[in-house]
Design a protein around this ligand. Structure first.
Ligand SMILES: Nc1nc2c(ncn2[C@@H]2O[C@H](COP(=O)(O)OP(=O)(O)OP(=O)(O)O)[C@@H](O)[C@H]2O)c(=O)[nH]1
Ligand SMILES: [Mg+2]
Length: 391
């Protein structure tokens, strides 16, 4: 194998497109890679719409979180960009932290303006701690400029209402479609959008000094090499040759290979999207939701207290209150575990309420204070919470 190694020459950031269905998120993502690949100088390859939007392999295996990663490089930074195929995927990926975004591109169609999912994704971004949003007013090729001015005002107001400082947020008029067709005016607009992302989204502080931890998103077999797990490094660093524990599978093993976007690397650090080749581990032993960590650095547990926001009916949440004895699914990192809810003296939590609860999970999971999670039932998100203490 003569793959070019991944060389870390620029800071790495995780970003993604958010916004209402059909506003052009996937088209814009493809256009960004096209414009950057044609500019040259960086490591960007063009990723076509079809390659971003195809149903990922995992969808067929019934794994519930769909996410497409593309990679690109501007003059100053390396980005991993996630485009999520549907509204339900946003909820799951954002609330569970599977998509840990350092910043987001909010895509709003200049023809349609703010739609329900535009507002919902902004709310979600705020709840999960995405601190920086850049707006792409897309389909500007087809929009009436005066109407587009109104849409811009409306978007700035929405962002201000959620604490994003709507007056200062960059709003760039783009056309993903025309840029894909190579129209110079709209190619320049994409460059303008990327400049805004480069300058407005700061380089995050990462927990590279903490013990290594990665929550498994996907498990693959590479013929002749063995079992590979993929995911984002939540904290710490990992090198080829390191010993790791696979929590959930009760295995200790050694990392024998490390890749990012198909390129081998010597070491990966917090924020990187990686594939880890694990020595002598059978494919069936490891599952999505297991955690790979420095041995002895985390002790899984199952009882905790949490602060939980119960989504209002308007946000797609329940129409009836939650009471003690409620038994929904908890999405914690990439794991999906059933849990028993005890509301103590509060007794009842109505849609729209924020409450304290005690949870007992159906199995042990690595937990810690400050960890975010989603509560789901019947395939929809009904709550978002944070672990406040272990019991
Ligand atoms: N005129 C115009 N049409 C666009 C533009 N960008 C996207 N479209 C069209 O809008 C439709 C939706 O585009 P997508 O990129 O699939 O939108 P999306 O936001 O990814 O949609 P979902 O993933 O289904 O939520 C397609 O028919 C695109 O061709 C644009 O800049 N201008
Ligand atoms: Mg799409």
């Amino acid at each position: 194998m003569s793959k070019t190694a991944y060389v870390r020459t620029k800071p790495h950031l995780n970003i993604g497109t958010m916004g209402h269905v059909d506003h052009g998120k996937t088209t814009l993502t493809a256009a960004i890679t096209k414009v950057l690949s044609e500019r040259g100088g960086g490591a960007t390859s063009y990723v076509s719409f079809d390659r971003i939007d195809r149903a990922p392999e995992e969808a067929q295996r019934g794994i519930t979180i769909n996410i497409a990663h593309v990679e690109y490089e501007t003059d100053t930074r390396h980005y991993a960009h996630v485009d999520m195929p549907g509204h339900a995927d946003y909820i799951k990926n954002m609330v569970t932290g599977a998509a840990q975004l350092d910043g987001a591109i909010l895509v709003v169609s200049a023809l349609d303006g703010i739609m329900p999912q535009t507002a919902e994704h902004v709310l979600l971004a705020r709840q999960v701690g995405v601190d920086h949003i850049v707006v792409a007013l897309n389909k500007a090729d087809a929009g009436d400029p005066e109407l587009t001015d109104l849409v811009e005002l409306e978007v700035r107001e929405l962002l201000s209402a959620h604490g994003y400082g709507g007056d200062t947020v960059p709003v760039v008029r783009v056309s993903g479609l025309k840029a894909l067709e190579g129209d110079p005016r709209w190619t320049a607009a994409i460059e303008g959008l990327l400049d805004a992302v480069d300058t407005y989204v700061p380089i995050p502080v990462r927990y590279t000094d903490a013990p290594f931890l990665l929550s498994v998103e996907n498990v693959l077999t590479i013929t002749g090499r063995g079992t590979v797990v993929t995911g984002a490094v939540e904290r710490g660093t990992v090198r080829v040759g390191d010993r790791v524990a696979v929590l959930g599978a009760d295995i200790e093993t050694v990392v024998t290979g490390l890749e990012t976007f198909g390129k081998p690397m010597e070491s990966a650090e917090a924020g990187d999207n990686v594939a880890l080749l694990l020595r002598g581990v059978e494919r069936d032993r490891v599952r999505r939701g297991h955690v790979v960590a420095a041995p002895g650095s985390v002790v899984p547990s199952r009882r905790f207290t949490a602060q939980v926001y119960v989504l209002s009916t308007k946000e797609g949440g329940r129409s009836t209150p939650v009471t003690t004895g409620y038994r929904p699914q908890f999405y914690i990192r990439t794991a999906d575990v059933v849990g028993d809810v005890d509301l103590g003296e509060t007794a009842v939590a109505r849609p729209g309420d924020t409450v304290t609860m005690t949870v007992e999970l159906g199995r042990d999971v690595p937990l810690e204070s400050g960890l975010g999670f989603a509560i789901r039932e019947g395939g929809r998100t009904v709550g978002a919470g944070t672990v406040t203490g272990l019991l």
